[in-house]
Design a binder for this molecule. Structure first.
Ligand SMILES: CCCCCCCCCCCCCC(=O)SCCNC(=O)CCNC(=O)[C@H](O)C(C)(C)COP(=O)(O)OP(=O)(O)OC[C@H]1O[C@@H](n2cnc3c(N)ncnc32)[C@H](O)[C@@H]1OP(=O)(O)O
Length: 224
């Protein structure tokens, strides 16, 4: 494979593309803790055997909580700026379904620089991500990989969109168990960024993926 593109020195700033950006440190701790509570609520609702009275009371309490939050909202497309201990800055969408810190439906996945290069993250997916009995849904396995691979391209200074994603499911991916997710850039060609990654449980690969990310068109690309 020809490697003829170099990572840009700095990430493009989403503000230059008209997006609002919220620095992660400005997300109130109370919101982070509310999101965690809602995650636990989704799991509780999905698995409850409560009777009609309890269910009705719970529905009313949830409806009241929803009403309290119907004020000002972040717009769709709002980005979050995350600053990592390794000095890396990453932009993602605030409500990203895999990694968004304010999205209670996200596991969430957080990827940090790995000593061996690329990125490494951990996630535990509870029973609300279930496909086969006791196992993570295959679509979510792909989503974890897609996000990790996109983050790896972004961390290398080449944020873009997934053009192609190829997933091999090697072993079942268990629910309620720590998963290790790794991803790295394996090559570049013009705006094409080739990435690969794995999901492991207890050291065993459960799924591996490769993707083609097409890097954002930046000023100076000359249409290449
Ligand atoms: C500032 C903002 C920060 C953002 C942070 C991001 C965080 C990331 C985390 C998010 C992670 C989650 C990730 C998500 O969820 S991403 C969401 C899912 N993905 C999409 O919605 C993408 C939809 N597709 C498109 O928009 C366009 O097709 C893209 C943008 C991908 C390319 O359209 P564009 O007009 O721009 O480029 P081009 O057509 O000139 O192609 C360029 C080159 O690529 C080659 N090619 C194209 N497609 C394919 C293909 N399928 N197989 C093989 N090759 C393909 C093509 O031949 C050419 O090659 P070459 O001629 O150079 O040899």
């Amino acid at each position: 494979m020809t490697v003829d593109a170099k990572p840009v020195a700095e990430l493009p700033d989403p503000r230059d593309f008209g997006f609002s950006v919220v620095p992660e440190e400005e997300i109130p701790a109370e919101l982070v803790s509310l999101v965690e509570e809602v995650r636990s609520l989704v799991d509780a609702v999905a698995h409850t055997k409560a009777g009609a009275e309890e269910l009705t009371a719970a529905r009313e309490a949830v409806a009241a909580a929803s009403d309290r939050l119907k004020g000002e909202r972040h717009g769709v497309g709002t980005m979050i700026q995350q600053s990592w201990p390794d000095g890396r800055v990453e932009y993602g969408t605030l409500t990203n379904i895999v990694a968004g810190p304010t999205n209670a439906a996200a596991p969430p996945l957080r990827m940090e620089a790995a000593p061996e290069g690329g990125l490494r993250g951990e996630a535990v997916l509870n029973g609300t991500y279930q496909g086969p009995p006791g196992l993570v849904h295959g679509g979510w396995v792909a989503a974890l990989l897609d996000q990790a691979l996109g983050s790896a391209a972004s961390a290398a200074g080449m944020p873009g969109l997934t053009a192609n994603l190829d997933v091999n499911y090697r072993n079942p991916t268990p629910l309620d168990a720590p998963l290790e997710i790794t991803a790295r850039v394996s090559g570049t060609e013009r705006r094409k960024v080739f990435v690969s990654g794995e999901i492991r449980h207890d050291g065993q690969v459960t799924a591996e993926g490769t993707a083609l990310m097409v890097r954002m068109n930046l000023p100076g690309d000359g249409g290449a």
